[in-house]
Design a protein around this ligand. Structure first.
Ligand SMILES: Cc1ncc(COP(=O)(O)O)c(C=O)c1O
Length: 417
């Protein structure tokens, strides 16, 4: 089994049709954000962020922890689901929900925590929205025998006590954001004591906490180094598909900042496997249909370097949909380029549509998907229906980025509607 795990991560940057616009400071800036990154992010993580190498070796210790945390994850055929859809298409899914932390987020949390520990750092800090990223960081830090602090968007903190408990169980300190711990949080609370929080605010609090204490900050999505680490999903899937003698035609993944979609699909794009790559967003957060391609900050406080990306603007306040992982204003720079070049197609679905998709999948395959992942399932349904109409037999593969066992309150709410 372990031989399915690749020994190298894949970086798509050298294979892009156009050079990637570099991160930069705004014109009127009086400090260097790249220098700031140098002081908050583990050095090897930052080196990988800017590498032009196509392959980056996975350290042996990281390989071991990948295996401990549940890799390789299963690649499964969804035969019952195909039957229910009455489609001639074959449908496979890569099940990242089978990792111990419950989602793909552990794939980058482990190497980032490892590189932080290598620098002798005692604590890593991050923010989390839906909770999957914070859970992954809490577990990765514990496995590396270092401490972790997580700033969790206040609405999620209140809506998802199960997530908070899981992070605490793994040993993390968890604060609802905005919090009293940081100057930024206190300022937000003075403006509005019942501020529900946002990923941007939580991110700004995490960075301030790192700067003031000499800790290291771990990044959950959007930055290229995260997409690089997530390529373990697609590379592993290629090994598994080769093993069963199958090649997928259509690759699908849901998109918040873009890391699970990129991690799954980029190795297929890079090795010219497959012919359609579909990135799926939420129609409540119209990033694909309404976003503009321009330099924007990845965080609402404007502390990180600006990235050229498809964005709804750093001050965009997303509606409170339950798929917290998709409530992000921007799209990773490489993915933004691939969408603009039309190498990658996109679709957007509403909460009602994805609920129906999740229900059908749960009833036919037994897995309760995270609502984020249900967006990918919905896209697979669309492609499978199209195949029936056109009498084609494509092989569809989607990434099931996480399980939904801690999202049952969402399903309860949808059921009551
Ligand atoms: C289960 C799950 N899927 C998808 C996402 C979206 O993130 P990304 O686009 O970086 O994969 C998240 C983010 O929190 C998530 O938890």
């Amino acid at each position: 089994m372990i031989e399915f795990i690749p020994r190298y991560w894949y970086n798509i940057v050298p294979d892009l049709l156009r050079p990637l616009p570099p991160p930069r400071d705004p014109e009127d800036s009086n400090f260097s954000r790249i220098e700031l990154l140098n002081s908050i992010i583990p050095k090897e993580v930052l080196r990988q962020q800017f590498t032009a190498e196509r392959y980056v070796k996975i350290p042996d210790n990281v390989m071991e922890l990948y295996s401990l945390a549940g890799r390789p994850t299963p690649l499964m055929r969804a035969k019952n689901f195909e039957e229910a859809l009455d489609t001639p298409a074959k449908i496979y899914f890569k099940y990242e929900g089978a990792t111990h932390s419950g989602s793909h987020k552990i794939n980058t949390a482990i190497p980032q925590a490892y590189f932080a520990k290598e620098e002798g750092v005692e604590r890593v800090v991050t923010e989390t929205g839906a909770g999957q990223w914070g859970t992954a960081v809490a577990l990765a830090a514990s496995l590396m025998k270092i401490r972790s602090t997580v700033f969790m968007v206040r609405v999620s903190y209140e809506q998802k006590p199960g997530r908070r408990t899981m992070m605490n169980l793994y040993g993390a300190e968890v604060y609802p954001s905005p919090s009293e711990i940081t100057e930024y949080g206190r300022k937000e609370l003075r403006k509005n004591p019942s501020n529900p929080g946002s990923l941007g605010i939580a991110m700004s609090e995490a960075i301030e906490h790192v700067i003031n204490n000499g800790y290291r900050y771990l990044v959950g999505s959007v930055m290229e180094v995260v997409l690089l680490h997530q390529s373990v999903i697609g590379l592993e899937a290629i090994n598994q598909f080769d093993y069963i003698g199958e090649t997928p035609d259509v690759l699908i993944g849901c998109v918040g900042g873009g890391s699970n979609f990129a991690g799954f699909s980029y190795p297929f794009i890079g090795s010219k496997r497959g012919s359609r790559y579909i990135a799926v967003g939420s129609s409540e957060i119209k990033k694909f249909s309404k976003g503009v391609y321009e330099y924007d900050f990845p965080d609402s406080a404007g502390l990180l370097p600006m990235l050229k990306m498809i964005t709804l603007g750093k001050d965009y306040v997303p509606p409170p949909i339950y798929s917290g992982g998709l409530r992000y204003h921007g799209l990773a720079p490489t993915l933004s380029l691939l969408v603009r070049d039309k190498t990658v197609e996109w679709m957007e679905f509403s909460e009602t549509e994805i609920y129906e998709a999740a229900k059908l999948f749960a009833r036919t395959q037994g897995i309760v998907p995270a609502p984020e992942s249900a967006h990918a399932i919905m896209a697979a349904i669309k492609v499978a229906q199209e195949a029936r109409e056109k009498k084609e037999r494509p092989v569809i593969a989607f990434n099931l980025s996480g399980h939904g066992l801690l999202d049952l309150s969402y399903y309860q709410k949808m059921e009551a509607k």
